[in-house]
Ligand binder design. Structure first.
Ligand code: MRU
Length: 363
């Protein structure tokens, strides 16, 4: 009988070189079924990202990197131009799977840069360099999450109550997570937190995924419906809100799972610090403000039918299902990155974070 593993010991996203496969934990089946998928076809990789089998901004970035490498590996071209034309098609195809989280296009652009910077190399050499790059994207993700965890942990103390929305945990990244990284790191050090996980309508990432991974890690976890956050805050149970992000604009507006904006407004009302945790790969300095971020619209059935025994809204009724919204920068107490904590005004502090990053990369 195969050993039953703790969910925390599974890899969210991995590359199997021998099988030329993207290996993911199918998050649509959690928490009850732990199914590992090995995907070799581009259309299956595209669909896995679109259907949220692999999800969370950093995880889809890593999946995109592995995915486009696998596409490149199969390209038969023997000259650069033919290779690049095929590569570009594969890159654009994967990029179309989810538009809001910038990490996907960020990772795919990084992969494309490898191709563009190495025109003088053979196709075989470029493929080798692409392999290195996608592995580096994943390794860096682990490092970034750990750093974010350290900075986040410096903001809370043993016994604190934390509210989180959606899943920005290990399941959304290569390890630790972003918003949940401080909690997991704290656990490693024997600390205990009380975590309130919003269920996160309509796809229930909080109820199915955050509560699952936190509970498995031994964290005191309470699932609440999204509309209970106000009550929990009013009760005085929440010392800080930690959420992840999908794209942060240059002014600090932070786009994340739908409902995040409401949580930020509630936190402000109750005087609770609202923190956004994410790697610099999620900060898009080319976007000035939240309103300029393209918000993914999802199928109506996610609201009317999914998870219910039978449809819960009349046939033919209109449905609005944006997958994300953004917390206005004025509501955010800090943006926690792998290079430190940015504080308002974000137009300045985010630039400073990127200066630190450039400096560190030069060393
Ligand atoms: O639609 P999802 O489940 O991919 O949305 C995920 C989120 O909104 C996360 O909070 C965000 O990607 C950060 S994950 C570290």
């Amino acid at each position: 009988m195969s050993e039953v593993k703790n969910i925390m010991s599974y890899e969210t996203v991995a590359l199997d070189d021998e099988k030329s496969a993207l290996v993911i934990l199918d998050q649509t089946r959690l928490p009850y079924e732990v199914e590992v998928l090995e995907l070799t076809e581009q259309k299956d990789i595209w669909e896995a990202i679109y259907l949220l089998k692999v999800r969370g901004a950093p995880a889809i970035g890593v999946a995109g990197g592995f995915g486009v490498y696998l596409a490149a590996k199969q390209i038969q071209a023997d000259n650069y131009d033919d290779f690049y034309a095929e590569f570009k098609k594969a890159k654009e195809y994967l990029d179309s799977s989810r538009p809001t989280a910038v990490n996907l296009s960020w990772a795919l652009n990084r992969m494309e840069k490898v191709v563009l910077d190495n025109k003088d190399k053979t196709v075989a050499e470029i493929k080798e360099l692409l392999h290195k790059e996608c592995v580096a994207i994943k390794d860096e993700d682990v490092w970034m999450c750990r750093q974010i965890g350290e900075y986040g942990l410096s903001l809370i103390k043993d016994g604190d109550g934390i509210l989180t929305h959606c899943n920005a945990g290990q399941l959304a990244t290569s390890k630790y997570g972003t918003a949940l990284a401080p909690i997991h790191l704290g656990r490693e050090r024997g600390m205990n937190f009380r975590v309130y996980t919003d269920e996160t309508r309509p796809l229930l990432q909080g109820a199915r995924l955050s509560s699952f991974e936190l509970h498995a890690d031994g964290v005191d976890t309470t699932v609440i419906c999204d509309n209970m956050a106000s009550q929990v805050m009013k009760n005085g149970w929440v010392n800080a809100v930690f959420v992840g992000c999908d794209r942060v604009a240059a002014n600090g507006d932070a786009c994340n799972k739908i409902g995040t904006s409401g949580v930020a407004i509630l936190a402000k009302y109750y005087g609770i610090p609202f923190y956004v945790l994410g790697p610099t790969s999620t900060i898009d300095m080319s976007i000035e403000k939240g309103e300029d971020i393209h918000i993914e619209q999802r199928p109506a059935e996610e609201v009317t039918e999914m998870w219910y025994k039978k449809r819960m809204a009349p046939e033919g009724v209109k449905v609005y299902n944006p997958a994300f919204d953004f917390a206005d920068h004025e509501l955010i107490a800090g943006i926690i990155t792998e290079y430190g904590i940015a504080r308002p005004p974000y137009t300045e502090s985010l630039k400073e974070i990127f200066r630190k990053k450039a400096e560190a990369q030069q060393k």
